[in-house]
Design a protein around this ligand. Sequence first.
Ligand code: PLP
Length: 406
Amino acid sequence: MDFDVARVRADFPLLARREGGRPLAYLDSAASAQKPLAVLDAVRGFDAARYANIHRGVYRLSEEATAAFEEARAEVARFLRAPAPRGVVFVRGATEAINLVAASWGSANLRAGDEILLTRLEHHANIVPWQLAAERAGARIVVCPLTARGEVDLAAFARLLGPRTRMAAFAHVSNALGTVNPAAEMTRLAKAAGAAVLIDACQSASHFDIDVAALGCDFLCFSGHKVCGPTGIGVLWGRPGLLDAMPPYQGGGDMIERVAFERTTFRAAPERFEAGTPNITGAIGLAAALRYVSALRPGAHAHEQRLLALATERLSAIPGLRIVGTAPEKVAVVSFVMEGAHPHDIGTLLDADAVAIRVGHHCCMPLMESLGIPGTARASFAFYNTEEEVVRLEQALIRVRRMTAG
Ligand code: PLP
C-alpha cells in the first residue's frame, strides 16, 4: 500500500511551523505526538456543540455527551481488540494506569515475600509505582537484565520467574531504545509461572496494532498524547473479572452504588475506577486519534520502518557517533551518544538548526546507569516524518561533530 506522507502531513497544522526561516523537523514523537485536524476538530466540535457533564444528566444534551463518551470507550476497545468496552478504564495517562494497578491490585494481591518482575529498560512510570506497592506489602522488586543490543534477556526473564512472582510488568516497546519486546512470549512465560501481567503499551500503541487477546495479558495501558490524541487522557485495559475483583483506587462521585456513612458500596468496573468527572473531551479526542491512526496502518508502520533504516544507516556513518539500542526489532527510535559531545549540547545545537530531538535519561535512569552513560540524544519518528528530515538530522549532527571533535 502506498503511503503519501505529504498528504498525511497536511493533516497536522503544527508541522507547518517554521523556525529561523526553516521548517521545524519535529523528531520527538516518542515524548508526545502531534495532533491531526481530525482530533483538533473532534475536540472543538464536541466542546462547541455537544458538551455537558456525563452519566448524571436527565436532559438530552447530557445523554448525548454520555453516549459520545461511552462510544469513545467502545472505540478504545476496538483499537485494543478487547472483547468488551467494560475492560476499558479512562485514566489521565499510562502513569496513572500503572499507579492504579500497583495500588489497587497490589493491595489485594501482594504479600510479604512476593516478587514483582520488571525489566531494566522500564520507564520510571513502570518502576516507582511498583516500588511504592512493594514497600507497602513487604514485597520485592526483581529486575530482568538486557542483552548488549538492548533487548530483554528472555532466558533470564524465564529464570527469574518463580513461585513468588505475583506480577510481571514490562514495556511493550522501550521509549529510550526503541526495542520491541517479545511481549506475547514474555506474557506466556509469566502466566505459566502463575504471575499476573501488565504491559505498558505507551510506545507500541503509536506504532503498530495492539491485540490484548493475542497478547494474553491481564492489564495494558497507554497514553493519549503518544497516539496523536490529547494530553490528560489515557487508558487502562484490564480483564473485566479481574478489575471487578479489585478495590477502588480513588473514591468519589460516579464510582459508587450507594453511599451511607455506615457503609458505601461500589459499582463494577470501569466506573469503579473513574471517580469524579472524567476528562470527557479528552476521551472524545482520543477516540478520534485512534480512528485516525488505525486508518493509516499498515502503510504508516512500513513508512516509519523505512525512516528507521535510513536514520540508522546515515547516523552510524558519522564518526564518533554510537547508536545505543541495536535490537533487530525496533520502532523508529534512534538513541545515540557522540564522543566529546554531551547529549544536552547536541540537543541545543540541533535546536539551532530547527531539529527538535529529546536528550537526557528519558525517564529511564536505571537503564542509563546499566549502560554506563548519563543519557542519550534520541530522535523518534512518527509516520508524518520524512526522509528529508532524516537527512536534516544527519547534516545537523555532522555540524555538531565538526564543532565538538578535537
Ligand atoms: N511508559 C513509557 C514506555 C513511556 O514512554 C511513558 C512516557 O514517556 C510513560 C510510560 C508515561 O506516560 P505518561 O507520562 O503519559 O503517563
